[in-house]
Design a protein around this ligand. Structure first.
Ligand SMILES: NC(=O)c1ccc[n+]([C@@H]2O[C@H](COP(=O)([O-])OP(=O)(O)OC[C@H]3O[C@@H](n4cnc5c(N)ncnc54)[C@H](OP(=O)(O)O)[C@@H]3O)[C@@H](O)[C@H]2O)c1
Length: 268
Protein backbone atom coordinates (compact mmCIF):
# COMPACT_ATOMS: atom_id res chain seq x y z
CA UNK A 1 0.00 0.00 0.00
CA UNK A 2 1.60 3.28 -1.04
CA UNK A 3 -0.79 5.56 0.84
CA UNK A 4 0.41 7.53 3.86
CA UNK A 5 -1.08 6.46 7.19
CA UNK A 6 -1.22 8.57 10.36
CA UNK A 7 -1.79 7.01 13.78
CA UNK A 8 -3.49 9.06 16.50
CA UNK A 9 -2.19 7.14 19.51
CA UNK A 10 0.83 4.86 19.65
CA UNK A 11 -0.10 2.33 22.34
CA UNK A 12 -0.46 -1.43 22.26
CA UNK A 13 -2.89 -1.72 19.37
CA UNK A 14 -1.31 0.94 17.14
CA UNK A 15 2.03 -0.72 17.78
CA UNK A 16 0.62 -4.16 16.80
CA UNK A 17 -0.74 -2.73 13.52
CA UNK A 18 2.50 -0.91 12.68
CA UNK A 19 4.61 -3.99 13.38
CA UNK A 20 2.21 -6.23 11.41
CA UNK A 21 2.17 -3.89 8.40
CA UNK A 22 5.94 -3.67 8.35
CA UNK A 23 6.49 -7.40 8.93
CA UNK A 24 4.17 -8.26 6.04
CA UNK A 25 5.73 -5.50 3.87
CA UNK A 26 2.29 -3.98 3.34
CA UNK A 27 3.82 -0.55 4.07
CA UNK A 28 7.28 0.98 4.29
CA UNK A 29 8.26 2.86 7.49
CA UNK A 30 8.37 6.11 5.44
CA UNK A 31 4.60 5.81 4.83
CA UNK A 32 3.69 5.64 8.52
CA UNK A 33 3.68 8.36 11.20
CA UNK A 34 2.27 8.58 14.70
CA UNK A 35 1.56 10.86 17.62
CA UNK A 36 0.60 10.28 21.24
CA UNK A 37 -0.70 12.44 24.04
CA UNK A 38 2.44 12.76 26.12
CA UNK A 39 4.71 11.87 23.20
CA UNK A 40 6.62 9.10 24.95
CA UNK A 41 4.75 6.16 23.41
CA UNK A 42 4.97 7.71 19.92
CA UNK A 43 8.70 8.35 20.30
CA UNK A 44 9.22 4.77 21.44
CA UNK A 45 7.17 3.28 18.59
CA UNK A 46 9.07 5.45 16.09
CA UNK A 47 12.45 4.49 17.56
CA UNK A 48 11.53 0.79 17.58
CA UNK A 49 10.12 0.59 14.04
CA UNK A 50 11.62 3.43 11.99
CA UNK A 51 8.29 5.18 11.38
CA UNK A 52 7.98 8.94 11.95
CA UNK A 53 6.89 10.54 15.20
CA UNK A 54 5.12 13.84 14.44
CA UNK A 55 3.71 15.74 17.41
CA UNK A 56 2.36 18.55 15.22
CA UNK A 57 -1.17 17.49 14.26
CA UNK A 58 -1.32 19.51 11.02
CA UNK A 59 2.04 18.15 9.87
CA UNK A 60 1.03 14.59 10.86
CA UNK A 61 -2.31 14.62 9.09
CA UNK A 62 -1.49 16.85 6.10
CA UNK A 63 0.20 14.18 3.95
CA UNK A 64 -1.89 11.27 5.31
CA UNK A 65 -4.61 9.61 3.24
CA UNK A 66 -5.65 7.25 6.05
CA UNK A 67 -6.05 8.23 9.71
CA UNK A 68 -6.18 5.51 12.38
CA UNK A 69 -7.79 6.57 15.64
CA UNK A 70 -5.93 4.45 18.18
CA UNK A 71 -6.45 6.31 21.43
CA UNK A 72 -8.83 5.27 24.21
CA UNK A 73 -12.55 5.93 23.70
CA UNK A 74 -12.60 8.23 26.73
CA UNK A 75 -10.01 10.48 25.01
CA UNK A 76 -12.35 11.27 22.11
CA UNK A 77 -14.31 13.97 23.94
CA UNK A 78 -11.15 15.93 24.77
CA UNK A 79 -9.28 15.28 21.51
CA UNK A 80 -8.03 18.28 19.53
CA UNK A 81 -11.07 19.93 17.83
CA UNK A 82 -8.91 20.67 14.77
CA UNK A 83 -9.29 16.95 13.92
CA UNK A 84 -12.67 17.77 12.35
CA UNK A 85 -11.00 19.86 9.63
CA UNK A 86 -7.68 18.05 9.46
CA UNK A 87 -9.37 14.73 8.59
CA UNK A 88 -11.39 16.25 5.72
CA UNK A 89 -11.29 14.02 2.64
CA UNK A 90 -9.45 11.19 4.44
CA UNK A 91 -10.33 7.60 5.27
CA UNK A 92 -10.76 7.49 9.08
CA UNK A 93 -10.51 4.09 10.77
CA UNK A 94 -11.47 3.93 14.44
CA UNK A 95 -10.18 1.22 16.75
CA UNK A 96 -12.06 2.69 19.72
CA UNK A 97 -14.32 0.27 21.57
CA UNK A 98 -17.91 1.42 21.87
CA UNK A 99 -17.77 4.52 19.65
CA UNK A 100 -20.55 4.23 17.10
CA UNK A 101 -20.30 5.51 13.54
CA UNK A 102 -22.84 8.26 14.36
CA UNK A 103 -20.57 9.47 17.18
CA UNK A 104 -17.48 9.28 14.95
CA UNK A 105 -19.27 11.39 12.35
CA UNK A 106 -19.54 14.21 14.94
CA UNK A 107 -15.78 14.28 15.50
CA UNK A 108 -14.77 13.57 11.88
CA UNK A 109 -17.61 15.20 9.92
CA UNK A 110 -15.69 15.72 6.69
CA UNK A 111 -13.95 12.33 6.42
CA UNK A 112 -14.15 10.69 2.98
CA UNK A 113 -15.19 7.45 4.69
CA UNK A 114 -15.63 6.35 8.31
CA UNK A 115 -14.85 2.83 9.51
CA UNK A 116 -15.53 1.37 12.97
CA UNK A 117 -13.59 -1.73 14.02
CA UNK A 118 -13.59 -4.00 17.07
CA UNK A 119 -10.21 -5.72 17.50
CA UNK A 120 -9.33 -8.14 20.30
CA UNK A 121 -6.17 -8.70 22.33
CA UNK A 122 -4.81 -11.69 20.33
CA UNK A 123 -4.25 -8.99 17.67
CA UNK A 124 -1.03 -8.25 19.56
CA UNK A 125 0.43 -11.47 18.09
CA UNK A 126 -1.37 -11.30 14.74
CA UNK A 127 -3.99 -13.83 15.90
CA UNK A 128 -6.92 -11.44 16.33
CA UNK A 129 -10.31 -11.32 14.66
CA UNK A 130 -11.56 -7.83 13.82
CA UNK A 131 -15.10 -7.15 12.63
CA UNK A 132 -15.54 -3.80 10.87
CA UNK A 133 -18.36 -1.68 9.53
CA UNK A 134 -18.54 1.58 7.60
CA UNK A 135 -20.85 4.55 7.57
CA UNK A 136 -21.46 4.14 3.82
CA UNK A 137 -20.38 1.43 1.38
CA UNK A 138 -16.62 1.71 0.89
CA UNK A 139 -14.96 2.36 -2.43
CA UNK A 140 -13.05 -0.73 -3.57
CA UNK A 141 -9.66 0.89 -2.90
CA UNK A 142 -10.71 1.96 0.62
CA UNK A 143 -12.05 -1.51 1.44
CA UNK A 144 -8.79 -3.03 0.25
CA UNK A 145 -6.83 -0.55 2.41
CA UNK A 146 -8.96 -1.30 5.51
CA UNK A 147 -8.56 -5.04 4.99
CA UNK A 148 -4.79 -4.71 4.53
CA UNK A 149 -4.64 -2.76 7.81
CA UNK A 150 -6.79 -5.19 9.76
CA UNK A 151 -4.98 -8.13 8.16
CA UNK A 152 -1.94 -6.96 10.11
CA UNK A 153 -3.85 -7.99 13.27
CA UNK A 154 -5.05 -11.40 12.05
CA UNK A 155 -8.44 -12.13 10.50
CA UNK A 156 -11.21 -9.59 9.81
CA UNK A 157 -14.81 -9.60 8.67
CA UNK A 158 -17.25 -6.95 7.45
CA UNK A 159 -20.32 -6.90 9.69
CA UNK A 160 -23.33 -4.61 10.13
CA UNK A 161 -23.00 -2.15 13.00
CA UNK A 162 -26.14 -3.48 14.70
CA UNK A 163 -24.08 -6.56 15.70
CA UNK A 164 -21.26 -4.62 17.37
CA UNK A 165 -22.49 -4.89 20.97
CA UNK A 166 -22.69 -8.68 20.61
CA UNK A 167 -19.30 -8.68 18.87
CA UNK A 168 -17.86 -6.74 21.79
CA UNK A 169 -19.12 -9.46 24.13
CA UNK A 170 -18.06 -12.46 22.05
CA UNK A 171 -14.76 -11.66 20.35
CA UNK A 172 -13.49 -8.61 22.26
CA UNK A 173 -14.38 -9.69 25.83
CA UNK A 174 -14.17 -13.32 24.72
CA UNK A 175 -10.43 -13.77 25.28
CA UNK A 176 -11.01 -13.03 28.99
CA UNK A 177 -13.63 -15.79 29.15
CA UNK A 178 -11.25 -18.19 27.41
CA UNK A 179 -8.39 -17.24 29.79
CA UNK A 180 -10.76 -17.90 32.69
CA UNK A 181 -11.60 -21.30 31.18
CA UNK A 182 -7.90 -22.18 30.80
CA UNK A 183 -7.30 -21.13 34.42
CA UNK A 184 -10.29 -23.19 35.59
CA UNK A 185 -9.03 -26.27 33.71
CA UNK A 186 -5.62 -25.77 35.34
CA UNK A 187 -7.13 -25.48 38.81
CA UNK A 188 -9.24 -28.56 38.17
CA UNK A 189 -6.10 -30.47 37.23
CA UNK A 190 -4.45 -29.34 40.46
CA UNK A 191 -7.52 -30.46 42.44
CA UNK A 192 -7.20 -33.85 40.71
CA UNK A 193 -3.64 -34.14 42.04
CA UNK A 194 -1.38 -32.73 39.29
CA UNK A 195 1.54 -30.38 40.04
CA UNK A 196 0.50 -26.80 39.11
CA UNK A 197 3.07 -26.42 36.32
CA UNK A 198 2.00 -29.69 34.71
CA UNK A 199 -1.69 -28.78 35.02
CA UNK A 200 -1.04 -25.33 33.48
CA UNK A 201 0.77 -26.83 30.49
CA UNK A 202 -1.84 -29.53 29.91
CA UNK A 203 -4.72 -27.02 30.20
CA UNK A 204 -3.13 -24.59 27.74
CA UNK A 205 -2.12 -27.16 25.14
CA UNK A 206 -5.50 -28.88 25.37
CA UNK A 207 -7.32 -25.62 24.60
CA UNK A 208 -4.86 -24.69 21.84
CA UNK A 209 -4.95 -28.13 20.22
CA UNK A 210 -8.74 -28.42 20.49
CA UNK A 211 -9.25 -24.98 18.90
CA UNK A 212 -6.85 -25.91 16.09
CA UNK A 213 -8.73 -29.18 15.55
CA UNK A 214 -12.04 -27.33 15.14
CA UNK A 215 -10.38 -24.90 12.73
CA UNK A 216 -8.53 -27.57 10.74
CA UNK A 217 -11.43 -30.03 10.37
CA UNK A 218 -14.21 -27.44 10.01
CA UNK A 219 -16.34 -29.81 12.11
CA UNK A 220 -18.96 -28.63 14.57
CA UNK A 221 -17.50 -28.62 18.10
CA UNK A 222 -20.34 -30.91 19.19
CA UNK A 223 -19.26 -33.52 16.61
CA UNK A 224 -15.67 -33.41 17.86
CA UNK A 225 -16.93 -33.60 21.45
CA UNK A 226 -18.90 -36.73 20.62
CA UNK A 227 -15.74 -38.35 19.21
CA UNK A 228 -14.17 -38.02 22.68
CA UNK A 229 -17.13 -39.43 24.59
CA UNK A 230 -17.71 -43.14 25.09
CA UNK A 231 -20.81 -44.38 26.87
CA UNK A 232 -20.40 -44.16 30.62
CA UNK A 233 -16.69 -43.30 30.22
CA UNK A 234 -14.61 -40.58 31.86
CA UNK A 235 -15.59 -37.74 29.49
CA UNK A 236 -19.24 -38.67 29.91
CA UNK A 237 -18.88 -38.44 33.68
CA UNK A 238 -17.36 -34.95 33.36
CA UNK A 239 -19.93 -33.71 30.84
CA UNK A 240 -22.72 -34.81 33.18
CA UNK A 241 -21.38 -32.33 35.76
CA UNK A 242 -21.10 -29.53 33.16
CA UNK A 243 -24.72 -30.12 32.17
CA UNK A 244 -25.96 -30.34 35.76
CA UNK A 245 -24.20 -27.05 36.59
CA UNK A 246 -25.68 -25.45 33.47
CA UNK A 247 -22.39 -24.68 31.77
CA UNK A 248 -23.99 -23.57 28.49
CA UNK A 249 -26.65 -21.51 30.22
CA UNK A 250 -23.94 -19.83 32.33
CA UNK A 251 -21.91 -18.88 29.24
CA UNK A 252 -25.02 -17.63 27.49
CA UNK A 253 -25.81 -15.39 30.47
CA UNK A 254 -22.17 -14.24 30.46
CA UNK A 255 -22.42 -13.18 26.81
CA UNK A 256 -25.77 -11.48 27.31
CA UNK A 257 -24.50 -9.50 30.33
CA UNK A 258 -21.44 -8.34 28.36
CA UNK A 259 -23.64 -7.40 25.38
CA UNK A 260 -25.97 -5.34 27.59
CA UNK A 261 -22.99 -3.54 29.12
CA UNK A 262 -21.52 -2.84 25.66
CA UNK A 263 -24.84 -1.33 24.62
CA UNK A 264 -24.91 0.91 27.73
CA UNK A 265 -21.32 2.05 27.19
CA UNK A 266 -21.79 2.91 23.52
CA UNK A 267 -24.79 5.17 24.02
CA UNK A 268 -22.92 8.51 24.03
N1 LIG B 1 -5.69 -3.51 23.07
C1 LIG B 1 -6.65 -4.17 22.43
O1 LIG B 1 -6.54 -5.35 22.14
C2 LIG B 1 -7.92 -3.48 22.02
C3 LIG B 1 -9.03 -4.24 21.66
C4 LIG B 1 -10.17 -3.59 21.18
C5 LIG B 1 -10.18 -2.22 21.06
N2 LIG B 1 -9.10 -1.50 21.44
C6 LIG B 1 -9.14 -0.05 21.30
O2 LIG B 1 -7.91 0.39 20.78
C7 LIG B 1 -7.65 1.69 21.27
C8 LIG B 1 -6.23 1.74 21.79
O3 LIG B 1 -6.05 0.76 22.81
P1 LIG B 1 -4.60 0.43 23.37
O4 LIG B 1 -4.75 -0.78 24.21
O5 LIG B 1 -3.63 0.43 22.25
O6 LIG B 1 -4.35 1.74 24.29
P2 LIG B 1 -3.01 2.26 24.98
O7 LIG B 1 -1.94 1.23 24.91
O8 LIG B 1 -3.41 2.82 26.30
O9 LIG B 1 -2.55 3.48 24.03
C9 LIG B 1 -3.30 4.65 23.88
C10 LIG B 1 -2.49 5.62 23.05
O10 LIG B 1 -3.28 6.78 22.76
C11 LIG B 1 -2.51 7.96 23.06
N3 LIG B 1 -3.41 9.10 23.25
C12 LIG B 1 -4.23 9.38 24.29
N4 LIG B 1 -4.95 10.51 24.03
C13 LIG B 1 -4.56 10.94 22.79
C14 LIG B 1 -4.91 12.04 21.98
N5 LIG B 1 -5.83 12.93 22.37
N6 LIG B 1 -4.29 12.18 20.78
C15 LIG B 1 -3.38 11.28 20.35
N7 LIG B 1 -3.01 10.20 21.09
C16 LIG B 1 -3.58 10.05 22.30
C17 LIG B 1 -1.68 7.54 24.24
O11 LIG B 1 -0.64 8.46 24.42
P3 LIG B 1 0.14 8.55 25.86
O12 LIG B 1 0.87 7.23 26.00
O13 LIG B 1 1.03 9.69 25.66
O14 LIG B 1 -0.92 8.78 26.89
C18 LIG B 1 -1.22 6.15 23.77
O15 LIG B 1 -0.19 6.27 22.80
C19 LIG B 1 -8.70 1.98 22.33
O16 LIG B 1 -9.64 2.87 21.78
C20 LIG B 1 -9.34 0.65 22.60
O17 LIG B 1 -10.73 0.79 22.88
C21 LIG B 1 -7.97 -2.09 21.94
Amino acid sequence: MSRKIAFLGAGRLASAIVRGLLAKSVCAPADLACTSKGGTTAQKLAADTGIACEPDLARLLGPADIVIVAFKPQSLATADPRLAELTAGKLVVSLMAGKRLARLAQSFPRARALVRTMPNTPAAIGAGITPYCSQAPLADADRAAVEALLGALGQFLPLEEKHFDAVTALSASGPAFVFEFVAALRDGGVAAGLPREVAAQLALETVLGSARLVARTGSEPEALRDQVVSPNGTTYAGLQVLAARQFRETLKETLLAATRRAEELSRD
